[in-house]
Write a protein that binds this ligand. Sequence first.
Ligand SMILES: [Cu+2]
Length: 582
Amino acid sequence: MTGRARAMWTEPLAAVLLLLPVASPAQQPSAPHASPTNPAPMHDMPGMSEHAMVMPIPMPAGMPMMPGLVGLAPGVTPFLPGAGLDLARLPAAKASAVVRLKNGDTLDLTATLVRRAIAGHAFAMYGYNGEVPGPLIRVPRNATIVVRFHNRIDLPSAVHWHGVRLDNRSDGAPGVTQEPVAPGADFIYRIHFPDAGIYWYHPHVREDVEQAMGLYGAMLVDSPDSDYYPPANRDAVLMLGDLLVNADSLIPFGREGPDFALMGRVGNVLLVNGEPDYALHVRRGEVVRFQLVNVSSSRTWNVSFGGAPMKLLAGDQSRFEREERVMSVVLAPAERYVVEVRFDRAGRVPLVNAVQAINHYQGEFVPEVDTLGMVTVDAAPVAPDYGRAFSTLGAHPDVSRDIDRYRGYFDRPPDKRLTLALATTALPLATVQFMSIDTAYYAPVEWVDGMPDMNWLSTSKQVRWVLRDDVTGKENMDIDWHVSAGSVVKLRIFNDPTSFHPMQHPIHLHGQRMLVVARDGVPSTNLVWKDTALIPVGATVDLLIDASNPGAWMLHCHIAEHLGSGMMAVLHVDPPAQGSGR
Ligand SMILES: [Cu+2]
């Protein structure tokens, strides 16, 4: 991959760089690779003048800021919630508490400002009930609960119960199912949980701000079957997020709309459950069931546990047909996976995110491994020891049987086709020139922000991410799809690599469930019900939607800044006509 990319890069780069008012990347001295949690200070940047200091975003060491962009700022008003408040008067954020609810119970959920200390700095941020992550809501499958949401932050908000096939009125999608909840106002949600697994809740207004500032929480839905998952010594929910910090300040958001519209706001401080240094103590031989949730605005993760054996059990909305051994787990924004890990040797086991970063300026891949925290394994053995069960790979014929009635649709022609693309206007000239050549090479997945200055300067006024219906040519909210409840819809999505600087998109459908039945024509062999599917650049992905839940449901990219730049449509699942006899 790396060799091919370099080969593809070199020729057009050399030719087109002559057009740019910048030194060739080849002339830039290469500096040691900085970790995202320890970005190089701005003044250490090679060739940076004092003037460059006006761009308050961190640039990784060795990455030149494009001179044509120095001194520019995104065309939005800088905005930081809680700015100017006396931090000492804000309550310190608390860790997430487990709230066990049963059918018919009610929970009050209040969004407020809190004080958080991250990597030695204190920030005004948001929390639900003063907690980050918000309360872990644990319910039995088939429970219905009531949540009274109280918006006490300085922006309109709403709560979306991600992945839950609930009543449309409680979906928390402003503009589609409800009005935004104004600051000081309240809204009542009734949430029914038909499927066991791990889900999460988050705002559906300015996610680029509200979610990044700490508004997210998990929901664990327990199956009545005590053997639903293989036995584990403990459960651990890991919500993977990131935060963009420069020195001791948060990078402001755009008040009128998102900035970082091209690649999304990719943080440089990696967080597990809101904290930069995850720690877990276990006994030797312990099997831990990790429920992984990606709550980042834009970052796709690839996590593993220092080579400790790992077993993949479940995805967004169900178990897999068969358990699998895996080396690591890739999670795009909003995706969830359930894995079990056995810590069979005493010592310290790092939780790492290992990816291949792309330096857009120099056209090369750079391996990047970040330690998110540490699992300390005691020498004393655990009891009971589930080693034997862990070494067995279970199968779930009930999952396969449930999917059987959809298999006849797998090879049919698609009912709907979408192409993912991008339109831009009025980006800085240097950005357009550079990205034009950069498009000569594309990465299927951008794991980090490989062009922070260009990205920061792009706003939702200049960037429009596009879902385009191949048949009608309609785009985003002009797409007006209607299907009847109970229908099965095959949706083919193509991520066009020839559009202007394409990117991967995690496409999320509200309120239904779907199967990824094929990628690039290769059928999936171990299926799982999903609500979010990653579409890499250049990929064609076939989704089979079980459109069983009536209502108006959003279909959108879960990169917060792409959603904020228009990348959404509505799928109307119409109830059966009166008297149709269904
Ligand atoms: Cu996207």
